[in-house]
Design a protein around this ligand. Structure first.
Ligand SMILES: *Cc1c(COP(=O)(O)O)cnc(C)c1O
Length: 431
């Protein structure tokens, strides 16, 4: 048995005849009204809800709504370690910096296989800070994909540079390297490929173009932490790799967080200064900066989650494989197109995204069947009000925004639920 424990009020029950039951009841109350405690113990069962027998639990569980991303299940595997680490931060009252951050940066750098990791307040900030460290500013151009989350384009615009959009490869949904060179001008400073849905871009080709034109490459790896390209980890494939630990990303914190990676010690030093108001040493501000640090509680949560991360990547991969097995027979009937992962890539499966025609109607039918879905993304960045830019040659993006549909995806999705999702999908298309 386990419950969110260790709060002082639990000690009020120490003189009860069943102090453990008292603690469990307290824990259940803290979690909320839909919490049940499953037990064989007849004395506790006679107290009534939230104590219930396993058979009753099965009924309740089978009625649970399908979740697009399930952030709760994971806690069952890491709760003890998580609570130890969070309590340790609370007891020490050291909320900024501290041993959690140092340990996390080391572990993340080792995991990615680069020398430097700088933890940050979000993925968006890591993009901003990366560009600031490279000295990209007003008048500069950064080539990127229009088929991404708004943060990619907004970060570029926010520092005053111009986002120049090149179209995607329709198979991977990632920036098509063949289209980059045409977009290079004497103002171009960097290429910002986005490893969409968890799959890395063709980094060798992109790096080769960049080196020929003396450009930097900033990988927006917000969705691909844990992925590999030709055996090397995402985030360690370019000048700077930026990732996000937003809760729903493959490695998610319990709030906003992100990190940047680089092999270049000067860039790492610059990024470290920028996230602390450009400080070189206390109150000596040598450059303009932000407050863009990751806080210690997020670092504590991430240290816990990192322990199950590799296992979760394997689980995500199995979930993706299962979807493909369930849906592949419908591909030839041209009802769906399934995701393609290039043979040299291993995806972190942030999303399992298919293509369907009449997407919005299919999505509506799925919602009615209790299957939550998402659309990443419905509008090309150059058509966003905040980023409007005349771009006429991104036909693959224009098609993708109308067809893509992301299915529920998380490591703990079970095969029964996947069966239901796949059947509902085919019914939703074939109406
Ligand atoms: C999530 C995401 C971001 C932003 O990360 P935050 O941590 O939410 O700021 C940037 N780019 C892409 C592609 C993303 O998916």
């Amino acid at each position: 048995c386990q419950w969110l424990s260790g709060l002082p009020s639990d000690a009020d029950g120490l003189d009860e005849s069943d102090p453990l039951a008292f603690g469990l009841l307290n824990g259940a109350k803290r979690i909320g009204k839909d919490t049940y405690i499953v037990t064989f113990d007849s004395k506790r069962l006679s107290r009534g809800a939230p104590f219930i027998a396993p058979a009753d639990a099965l009924n309740i569980i089978s009625e649970l709504p399908i979740q697009y991303v399930d952030l709760n299940r994971q806690q069952d595997y890491i709760r003890k370690d998580l609570e130890d680490r969070i309590h340790s931060v609370l007891y020490r009252s050291h909320y900024i910096g501290g041993p959690e951050l140092t340990a996390l940066e080391q572990k993340l750098a080792d995991y990615v296989g680069v020398d430097h990791c700088v933890c940050m307040s979000s993925g968006t900030d890591s993009l901003l800070v990366g560009m600031m460290a490279l000295g990209i500013s007003a008048g500069d151009e950064v080539i990127t994909t229009p088929f991404t989350f708004a943060a990619t384009g907004q970060a570029i615009s926010f520092i005053g540079a111009k986002a120049v959009y090149a179209d995607i490869d329709p198979v991977t949904f990632n920036l098509d390297p063949e289209l980059i060179e045409d977009k290079i001008t004497d103002k171009t400073r960097a290429i910002m490929p986005v490893s969409l849905y968890g799959q890395c871009c063709e980094m060798d080709k992109i790096n080769e173009i960049a080196s020929r034109y003396h450009l930097s490459v900033i990988e927006d790896a917000a969705q691909s932490f844990g992925a590999t390209y030709k055996g090397n980890r995402s985030c360690g494939l370019s000048t700077i790799g930026c990732t996000s630990f937003f809760p729903a990303k493959p490695l998610g914190a319990y709030g906003d967080a992100g990190a940047s990676f680089t092999a270049d010690p000067e860039l790492a030093k610059a990024m470290r200064q920028i996230i602390e108001h450009g400080q070189e040493s206390r109150y000596k501000h040598v450059r303009l900066g932000l407050n863009a640090r990751m806080d210690s509680l997020q670092a504590a949560a991430l240290l816990s989650k990192l322990q199950v991360f590799n296992d979760e990547l394997i689980k995500r991969n199995s979930v993706a494989k299962q979807y493909t097995e369930l849906l592949i027979e419908h591909v030839s009937r041209e009802l769906v197109e399934l995701p393609t992962v290039q043979h040299y890539n291993k995806s972190s499966w942030a999303q399992y995204t298919i293509r369907v025609s009449r997407r919005d109607q299919v999505r509506k039918n799925l919602t009615e069947a209790g299957v939550p879905t998402a659309v990443h993304y419905p509008i090309p960045l150059y058509q966003q009000e905040s980023l409007a830019e005349v771009t006429l040659d991104c036909e693959n993006t224009e098609t993708a925004v109308q067809q893509v549909l992301s299915l529920p995806m998380h490591p703990y999705l079970n095969s029964k639920t996947q069966d239901y999702i796949a059947n509902s999908l085919i019914r939703a298309i074939d109406f």
